[in-house]
Design a protein. Structure first.
Length: 449
């Protein structure tokens, strides 16, 4: 099995080869096979928060983040080529700071230093010494994952150690040592947070019977000729298949991909492993069968289905009839990045800040890894029941037709947040998602374009 670094490096090679195609697709707007698709007018970085000081607009914020992320990725790919010998601890990219911060244990090797120097001609890059490398921290994280009261474990981006959160309600079926027992023998610094957590898989609380019932008595009130489709009742249109962000009976559709198989390149759609057993069939909320699960990885909570997908994503609120094109370019997630989500039952929610990468969490007695942890900065419900599989994305500055794929919603820490969809309760501002740069190489896939 390839290491995560090797999978990510492979993803970057595939992504680089598709950039030209992706940019061409962007210029095409939301038109495919000669048919126009209803689309959003714009996707601001947040519909409620104030623009950070020093920026004229949210477009400027996203433009700066993407500029910095590009430099960060070049540095990270260079570091990953060194494998276990890499001293990289983490990378921080906060658009408001207008710089990339690289945390590195020991002396930076010449090949990586040369890449950093090249990137410094484009953006400010600061290198800070770290106590531990990411390799050391992740090895210890794996050892601690057997604790019966594990809630979540994350390497600190500055390489100073691990942060552990205990489960508020440990699974009674698990047997073994407690987290504190394991931490007593830890080879790295481990901070056990005061906060105890319960992480929830985000399957829908109320599954549809397939009939249009309140509040979906008229789920798609507007028609485009004979074309009628929305998040709640997605359906193919001409050459266009199903889009990301649509409702299934218990989850949300994710991005459409091409997978290379022995039989050739085939269309697939990404989904969380907990949304369907291997061989099971996926069904939209209106009762339409859309594909069978043909590949599944429990540890990463990722899977592929035979769904006939299209490179589009539902945007706007949970009742939306607006779509945007998905670029073929994949963007990695870094600590302090800002991202948007588009779960089928929560709708589009932006201003979500990434706090941890390479984190693991426990839910239903199973560990999920590697994950990205984010929180909504505006105190809004970013995800809730039924949003598992929802797209995580990044707006493209000055572009009202295309978005960049970042990942897939996996779970959330549910609380007292008001859900946008009245059929669901107890949503959360804190959530975990799978990074698309990890998902694609795991299945030998690339985004559809």
């Amino acid at each position: 099995m390839k290491s995560r670094s090797a999978r990510r490096a492979a993803a970057m090679v595939m992504t680089a080869s598709l950039v030209g195609v992706g940019m061409a697709a962007q210029s095409a707007g939301a038109v495919e096979a000669g048919r126009s698709v209803p689309q959003a007018q714009s996707v601001p970085a947040d519909r409620s928060a104030s623009v950070p000081r020093g920026f004229a607009s949210w477009d400027d914020v996203m433009r700066e983040q993407q500029r910095l992320n590009k430099a960060a990725t070049a540095i990270e790919v260079s570091a990953e080529k060194r494998g276990k010998d890499s001293g990289l601890a983490g990378i921080r990219v906060r658009p408001e700071s207008r710089r990339v911060v690289v945390y590195w244990k020991g002396a930076v090797p010449k090949d990586v230093r040369s890449v950093i120097d090249r990137q410094r001609r484009k953006v400010p890059v600061r290198v800070v010494g770290a106590r531990y490398s990411k390799t050391e921290l992740l090895a210890e994280s794996r050892r601690l994952q057997v604790a019966t009261d594990m809630g979540a474990i994350a390497p600190r981006v500055d390489g100073s150690g691990l942060t552990v959160k205990l489960a508020s309600d440990p699974s009674p079926t698990l047997t073994g040592p407690s987290m504190r027992e394991l931490v007593a023998d830890s080879r790295v610094d481990v901070d056990i947070a005061a906060e105890r957590v319960r992480t929830n898989r985000l399957t829908a609380e109320k599954k549809s019977t397939g009939a249009a019932t309140a509040p979906y008595a008229d789920p798609c009130p507007y028609k485009y000729g004979t074309y009628q489709s929305c998040r709640a009742f997605d359906k193919p249109y001409g050459a266009l298949g199903y889009s990301a962000g649509a409702r299934t009976q218990n989850c949300t559709t994710n991005f459409a991909v091409y997978q290379d198989t022995e039989a050739g390149r085939v269309k697939r759609m990404v989904l969380p492993a907990h949304c369907g057993e291997l061989g099971s069939w996926q069904m939209l909320e209106n009762g339409t069968w859309i594909g069978q699960v043909v590949a599944r990885d429990l540890l990463s909570d990722t899977a592929l289905a035979t769904t006939f997908g299209s490179p589009y994503m539902w945007t706007g609120d949970w009742k939306s009839q607006s779509k945007m094109k998905v670029s073929s370019v994949v963007s990695r997630s870094y600590v302090d990045n800002l991202v948007c989500t588009s779960g089928a039952r929560s709708g589009e929610v932006c201003n979500n800040r990434v706090y941890e990468t390479d984190t693991s969490y426990m839910a239903d007695g199973l560990v999920s890894y590697p994950m990205v942890y984010a929180e909504n900065e505006s105190g809004l419900a970013a995800a809730g029941p039924g949003d598992s599989g929802g797209p995580v994305f990044e707006p493209i500055p000055d572009n009202t037709t295309t978005v960049v794929a970042k990942g897939m919603i996996s779970s959330a820490i549910l609380g007292v947040y008001q859900c946008n969809d009245p059929s669901q309760s107890a949503c959360g501002a804190k959530f975990y998602y799978s990074d698309m740069a990890d998902i694609l190489p795991r299945f030998g896939a690339v985004l559809q374009w």
